[in-house]
Design a protein. Structure first.
Length: 200
């Protein structure tokens, strides 16, 4: 009896140890793999949701641009500003018109960095030695009332042509008056505006 009980206990202990070893070496790694796969699935679902939201937002923006007639505005911009030998002349007339609408006095206007070729560089055929311009630098020297400057910035903001302002310098006018606050505005101020316009 004792021998049978002892052998039964030994066999039971061996079976328990083998079961634990199998559980540790076979089942636990599978659980870990399943949890890793679940986490990867969650990441992919998150990425898919973000990508879907992004493309829905792009589609919505494209539809809004179509509603406001962006195609026509883009064609006007490309025809009048982005190509041809009259680029500088057209840009000067355009900017002078905006300044006049704002009420400011234009003392000086410089447009720099314009390419000589006005040709669009293609990926498959890159011409060597040609100057390719991605942005055109604009410098405006203006004078007038501070409120007129705000009018000009509002006009820039409403244009289909993107004008990125990088620097605005405000100085008092030649009459020696001082700029005190937004509520008390001098009648004569000097403004220097630097910006750039994306080009082909």
């Amino acid at each position: 009896m004792n021998n049978n009980n002892t052998s039964f206990v030994i066999i039971s202990v061996i079976l328990i140890v083998v079961s634990m070893a199998l559980f540790y070496f076979l089942v636990i790694p599978q659980f870990e793999k399943i949890s890793i796969q679940k986490s990867e699935i969650c990441d992919l679902e998150y990425k898919l949701e973000n990508t879907t939201n992004y493309f829905n937002e792009v589609k919505k923006n494209a539809e809004e641009l179509e509603k406001i007639g962006w195609d026509g505005a883009a064609k006007k911009i490309n025809a009048n500003f982005m190509d041809g030998p009259f680029f500088v002349h057209n840009m000067e007339a355009y900017l002078k018109g905006l300044v006049a609408r704002s009420g400011l006095y234009l003392k000086d206007l410089k447009i720099e960095g314009v390419s000589e070729s006005f040709e669009v560089e293609k990926e498959d055929s890159k011409a060597s030695g040609e100057d390719k311009v991605k942005e055109v630098n604009v410098f405006l020297d203006l004078s007038g009332d501070y409120n007129y400057l705000r009018n000009l910035l509002d006009l820039f903001n409403k244009q289909a042509l993107i004008i990125k302002i990088s620097e605005i310098e405000i100085n008092t006018g030649n009459d020696g008056s001082e700029f005190q606050s937004e509520s008390v505005v001098t009648s004569y101020l000097n403004f220097k505006i630097k910006g750039n316009i994306p080009s082909k």
